[in-house]
Design a protein around this ligand. Structure first.
Ligand code: YK8
Length: 177
């Protein structure tokens, strides 16, 4: 695995959750900048184990000569029941890129940990793992890893940059009073 973000922000943990995990203006703008299209959010649903899960679908555009120009992506997010409003949120996101070479071999698991530091201060940690459904041979594995890590590096560097621009109080939250 790899840790991509470990940052503090000067707003509440609930606001960070709203920014990243609701259909916020921030996310709309960010996904548009990354040229994600046809974004479809399915609602959160409670699972038997008490966690909540939802699916998000979108189309990404790629510039890799070996991949198609666009690919469909399914992102399944699980919000763990250990999460507590005002305190912490733990979300796993399993990301499957369809249509790309070797897509049936691997997927990406991103873990987001949002924690309260003070009333108007929070910390975000994001770590990532590549997971395999079938064991690829060495050459293919190297290929998958190189391409995935470079795409992930860029995505999270950009996300960190944009989050850094969010000032306290600029954005409105809607799930809180
Ligand atoms: C999420 C990991 C791999 C995939 C891609 C695969 C190419 C493979 C082709 C080779 C295109 C938003 C990535 C980067 C697409 C984007 C995914 C994002 C950034 C073998 C020839 C999408 C986080 C995320 C997770 C995994 C990323 C894919 O929120 O290289």
């Amino acid at each position: 695995g790899k840790q991509y973000i470990n940052e503090m922000y000067k707003f509440s943990v609930d606001k960070l959750y709203d920014i990243l995990f609701t259909e916020s203006q921030f996310m709309r703008d960010f996904l548009e900048q990354r040229r994600f299209s046809d974004v479809v959010y399915h609602p959160w649903k409670k699972e038997e184990d008490g966690n909540q899960a939802r699916e998000i679908m979108y189309t990404i555009s790629l510039s890799n000569p070996l991949a198609p120009k666009t690919a469909m992506v399914t992102e399944t997010q699980t919000l763990y029941k250990a999460s507590q409003e005002g305190e912490c949120y733990i979300i796993d996101a399993e990301v499957i890129a369809h249509d790309v070479p070797y897509h049936d071999y691997f997927y990406t698991l991103n873990r987001y940990m949002l924690t309260r530091v003070a009333k108007n201060k929070c910390r975000l940690r994001v770590s990532t793992e590549l997971r395999y459904r079938k064991q690829p041979w060495g050459l293919v594995k190297g290929f998958i890893e190189r391409n995935s890590w470079s795409g992930l590096d860029e995505y999270f560097r950009h996300l960190e940059l944009e989050l850094g621009k969010v000032a306290a109080g600029v954005m409105d939250t809607h799930h809180k009073s």
